[in-house]
Design a protein around this ligand. Structure first.
Ligand SMILES: NC(=O)c1ccc[n+]([C@@H]2O[C@H](COP(=O)([O-])OP(=O)(O)OC[C@H]3O[C@@H](n4cnc5c(N)ncnc54)[C@H](O)[C@@H]3O)[C@@H](O)[C@H]2O)c1
Ligand SMILES: [Zn+2]
Length: 351
């Protein structure tokens, strides 16, 4: 079992270990207290893990209530957000009680946003059940819901009281869902951890507890320095400028992980063309993506990709921040004029 202390404005632990689900009650009581716990989950996760979580909470005398949403991104909407708030009020939840988000990033983002806003904020715990949620969305305190106009358009920064990651749950994930998180793990390797990158290349050594811990440590270091994404935290967006554009252009038929894989490849090739990194870095990245069955090319044009990327919310003024790999495990931020973006992407599309 590993414990990583996240030192944002509010400090909390991320605990990573085996069979933590069954021991969740004591950890949650310790971190958040309270007498009623509302578990927010989705139908897939409920079928697999809800009973164990209810039992674990019962063992430490929580009154447990459950709010279940349909699985999938479409559930991260305003209706479910309001339904959840009404449910919390009906159950008489007060500020000393706790919300437990049991699921992937969709459940975590929705439950986190409800926790942040119900009664001006009540404690919540993240129990990630996807690799993506374990290495990314459960840590760092970004909460959000989607609008018809776009994803994650409403949200706040609100840190959980605790993150409990049972990696045996991740080991049992269907490959299609597991690989989504692998793209983010490879991203961490590229931006900050060469050893992690090579560990991912070496199947016999893939130790999920180690992999998740390394990612959480990197994220924790980054958010400690820049909780509200004014600078360094943008590093976590490596591959995402182009990746988000690919996702949107495909009408979300290309999944986030696959789109980020494509984005990382294009952004790395662009860095090669700018003379910021060597071609071997690109080759090693592409080989690793290929090994996980992740794509690294796209049929979309530089024109379409740059237009969509520039309509993204992460643009400030006349500049856009790119994350530029220098070698595996090292990257830097580079502000470029928005009108340069198309040419940069164009250069990244050429093999
Ligand atoms: N807050 C952040 O910092 C942050 C960062 C990255 C992504 N996100 C958000 O996270 C969401 C994506 O997260 P996700 O990829 O976890 O998606 P998800 O929550 O939709 O989970 C993916 C699928 O896996 C299923 N599932 C979950 N756990 C399972 C398990 N153990 N076994 C079998 N199936 C399981 C779910 O029911 C769902 O169908 C997006 O909404 C994205 O915006 C947030
Ligand atoms: Zn991502």
């Amino acid at each position: 079992m590993r414990t990583i202390n996240v030192r944002t404005s509010k400090k909390y632990n991320v605990i990573i270990g085996a069979d933590l689900l069954d021991r969740a009650g004591a950890h949650i009581k310790n971190a958040a207290g309270g007498s009623t716990a509302v578990i927010v989950t989705d139908d897939n996760v409920a079928a697999l893990y809800l009973n164990r979580m209810v039992k674990a909470l019962g063992r430490v005398d929580y009154h447990t209530r459950v709010f279940t949403i349909k699985n999938g991104e479409a559930s991260k909407n305003t209706q479910n957000y309001v339904r959840l708030l009404e449910f919390l009020a009906e159950q008489g939840l007060i500020r000393s009680d706790v919300i437990v988000a049991l699921g992937g990033g969709v459940v975590g983002d929705l439950a986190g946003f409800a926790a942040a806003t119900y009664m001006r904020g009540i404690p919540y715990i993240q129990v990630p059940t996807t690799l993506l949620a374990a290495v990314d969305s459960s840590v760092g305190g970004k909460t959000a819901i989607d609008l018809d106009a776009g994803k994650n358009l409403v949200g706040v920064f609100y840190q959980p009281k605790l993150v409990l990651c049972d990696y045996t749950v991740l080991e049992a994930l269907p490959p299609r869902i597991f690989v989504e998180g692998c793209a983010e793990v490879i991203k961490y390797g590229m931006i900050a951890d060469k050893e992690l990158f090579y560990m991912m290349g070496n199947e016999s050594q893939s130790d999920l507890e180690e992999v998740v811990s390394r990612c959480v440590e990197i994220k924790s270091d980054i958010v400690r320095e820049d909780e509200f994404e004014n600078g360094t935290r943008k590093m976590l967006n490596f591959g995402h400028t182009v990746g988000h554009a690919v996702e949107k252009l495909s009408n979300y038929n290309i999944s986030h992980g696959k789109a980020v894989a494509i984005g990382m490849a294009i952004e790395t090739m662009a860095a090669v063309r700018m003379g910021k990194c060597g071609i071997n870095c690109y080759r090693e990245l592409v080989d690793l993506l290929h090994k996980y069955g992740l794509p690294y090319t796209t049929r979309y044009s530089a024109d379409d990709l740059s237009k969509v990327a520039l309509s993204d919310k992460k643009r400030s003024g006349g500049k856009i921040t790119l994350i530029v790999p220098e070698e595996i495990g090292i990257c830097s931020l580079l502000d470029v004029e928005v009108n340069e973006l198309k040419n940069i992407i164009e250069s990244g599309l050429k093999d």
